[in-house]
Design a protein around this ligand. Structure first.
Ligand code: GAL
Length: 322
């Protein structure tokens, strides 16, 4: 249940997530973690994403990493990936939607990202590894998961710790949910969902799996949709809109669903990107708590909000009327 916020004090104001507004890191710089993912490691959240800083070398691609204990204040750790064209893809090669998976036993961290040429024909994932979560990641290989074309990828870790890659595969007109092998270096098929969607994200909440995706309109926003299933293998329901279709998902595109289990309740955060295709560095973030009730999910309009990761409760500045 959303509760009204005391907005008078500056203390409360500092703890708010403000979708669509410039989000500054600990240095006062704009957070560069587009198409990102979050990895929880030893009680700390690490946010990885595309670093589109204007000062970057235009021939290289970068992934930045930030850490936080409250999901509001983010400390810049470093550019964990600074990569030169690893597969000779040529000018305007693409590295997008990086996600990091942790292998708790081996203290090894594995980054997946969409790797492509300027025309999006290469359609592979790249894999890079590091022995520190915020260390330098070294390119290992690129491949087509399950031998399928792979463009947008998403990341999901289930309650039992199993890790999954979600990837969009155009020729098959749908997307795959694939389980990562124990060493995190390869994938095995779990399910194919015959819906041509990208920006795939998954969450397991109160006994149901929710998968979210956007339609394929490039950088332009569209109404994102979701389906549910009792198991990752399905059966999946039909897809329904997350928000009224005319709002175009409040101009955002899904990248991840983050579950925040607390002592009192569990919240699910929709993490989306507000792309600025001509100035990618200026792209913003759309993080809002998903309202989930009786198997239905609803993405609220943008407004400042706060989350308490200890209790799992969130508070909207302007609670929604039903
Ligand atoms: C979007 C995709 C982005 C990027 C863009 C390029 O659909 O989700 O990650 O690839 O297309 O047009």
């Amino acid at each position: 249940m959303a509760i009204a916020l005391a907005t008078g004090g500056s203390c409360a104001a500092q703890k708010l997530i403000r979708p669509g507004e410039p989000w500054l890191d600990s240095r006062g710089h704009r957070i560069q973690a587009h198409g990102g993912g979050i990895t929880l490691w030893k009680g700390v959240y690490y946010w990885f994403g595309e670093d589109r800083s204007q000062t970057n070398d235009p021939d290289m691609r970068y992934v930045a990493c930030y850490s936080s204990r409250d999901l509001v204040h983010w400390k810049f750790r470093r550019q964990v990936l600074a990569l030169s064209d690893p597969e000779h893809l040529g000018p305007h090669w693409v590295l997008e939607r990086p996600k990091v998976f942790a292998n708790a036993h081996a203290s090894k961290f594995v980054m997946y990202a969409h790797l492509d040429d300027a025309h999006y024909k290469f359609a592979r994932v790249m894999v890079a590894v590091s022995n520190q979560i915020d260390g330098r990641y070294m390119f290992v290989k690129s491949f087509r998961p399950l031998d399928e074309e792979s463009r947008d990828i998403g990341q999901f870790v289930d309650d039992d710790g199993s890790a999954y890659l979600i990837f969009e595969s155009r020729p098959t007109k749908g997307f795959f949910i694939a389980r990562l092998t124990d060493d995190l270096m390869n994938v095995e098929k779990v399910c194919f969902i015959p819906a041509p969607l990208e920006g795939g994200a998954l969450v397991h909440y109160e006994g149901l799996y929710y998968v979210v995706g956007s339609h394929m309109t490039g950088w332009r926003p569209n109404p994102n949709v979701y389906a549910t299933a009792p198991a990752l293998t399905g059966p999946w329901t039909e897809f329904r809109n997350l928000a009224p279709p005319e709002v175009n998902n409040y101009n955002s595109q899904s990248t991840m669903l983050l579950k925040v289990p607390g002592a009192k309740t569990t919240s699910v955060i929709f993490m989306g990107d507000l792309w600025q295709p001509h100035e990618l560095w200026d792209s913003r973030y759309y993080w809002m708590p998903l309202k989930i009730e009786n198997g239905s999910a609803y993405l609220p309009p943008p407004q400042p909000w706060a989350i308490d990761i200890r209790t799992g409760e969130y508070r909207l500045e302007h609670p929604m009327s039903k």
